[in-house]
Design a protein around this ligand. Structure first.
Ligand code: MHQ
Length: 261
């Protein structure tokens, strides 16, 4: 009764480093909005066209395209998707208050990983196809890129992610936590990133508890698996650059070139 009417009752009991419920709710709202405003394709729209796949002759048409043409096209789509991931980062509370060096460190390290997570939203695991230029495409459509091993590793990852059946809330938190990774070397203000990460962690666990979804934490793919796919992407890019010195690389968008030099 003594406390009655004190609007900050809960926060009076919390030590400084703990986070109030109100703060958790605001953070959750922020992360979820940042994700949904930048995710390009809404889940319900993708659902509608989930079974529209390229015909055999369309697939054949893509396979006939020259390697450099197909690379340029894919890199262009990947860059647009990464632009949205940069936008996602910018909308996360606290990200724009980091120093510019650290913003770039985190994006360079995390953009491709986030793309892989987002890729699972656009994957149909029942027929192994991925959304590409308006329809769903099987692995062999990308044959002329010369990196079937990379793409099949991406598809495998999508499979594992689809099995977890992440909600958009969970996808949003998982992405934010991977991006705001305080263990990245070269960070100048590690503590700032650390404190954002801790808050996200508390909010994410809180959400999982409320929705009885704690069990997904053990089912999410190992970080090493994401990292190794990013590694293979860099290697494939290097091989491609050696095959087409100068020319093709210059036609790639600056953002892609900057992230994957
Ligand atoms: C995003 C939207 C999006 C955009 C682009 C490494 C290489 C040269 C080729 C999509 C990989 C080929 C990508 C374009 C292929 C696997 C790439 C090319 C979710 C992800 C998604 C759908 C990308 C998925 C992977 C695609 C199809 O919001």
């Amino acid at each position: 009764p003594e406390f009655h009417g004190n609007p900050n009752f809960a926060s009076c009991l919390l030590p400084d480093h703990l986070i109030s419920m109100a703060e958790l709710d605001l953070l959750t709202q922020n992360v979820v909005c940042a994700h949904s405003e930048t995710c390009q394709f809404l889940q319900e729209n993708l659902q509608v066209i989930r079974w529209e796949t390229f015909s055999q002759s369309e697939v054949h048409g893509f396979q006939q395209k020259p390697m450099d043409h197909m690379w340029e096209r894919c890199v262009c789509h990947i860059t647009n998707a990464i632009q949205q991931i940069v936008e996602f980062a910018k909308r996360l509370n606290g990200f724009m208050e980091l120093n510019p060096n650290d913003q770039i460190v985190l994006l360079k390290a995390g953009a491709m990983e986030l793309l892989l997570l987002r890729m699972s939203r656009a994957f149909n695991c029942y027929n192994n196809t991925i959304f590409f230029e308006g329809k769903y495409a099987p692995l062999d459509l990308f044959q002329s890129l010369g990196c079937n091993d990379l793409i099949s590793a991406m598809f495998d990852l999508c499979h594992s992610l689809c099995a977890v059946n992440l909600s958009e809330y969970e996808m949003a938190f998982y992405s934010a936590m991977i991006l705001l990774d305080p263990t990245q070397p070269w960070l100048q203000e590690k503590e700032k990133v650390q404190s954002l990460h801790v808050k996200l962690d508390v909010a994410f666990r809180n959400l999982l508890r409320r929705t009885h979804r704690e069990s997904i934490l053990g089912k999410l793919p190992q970080r090493g698996r994401l990292l190794s796919i990013c590694q293979v992407h860099m290697e494939k890019l290097k091989v491609f650059r050696q095959m087409y010195p100068g020319m093709a690389w210059e036609r790639f968008p600056p953002l892609y070139r900057e992230l994957f030099v």
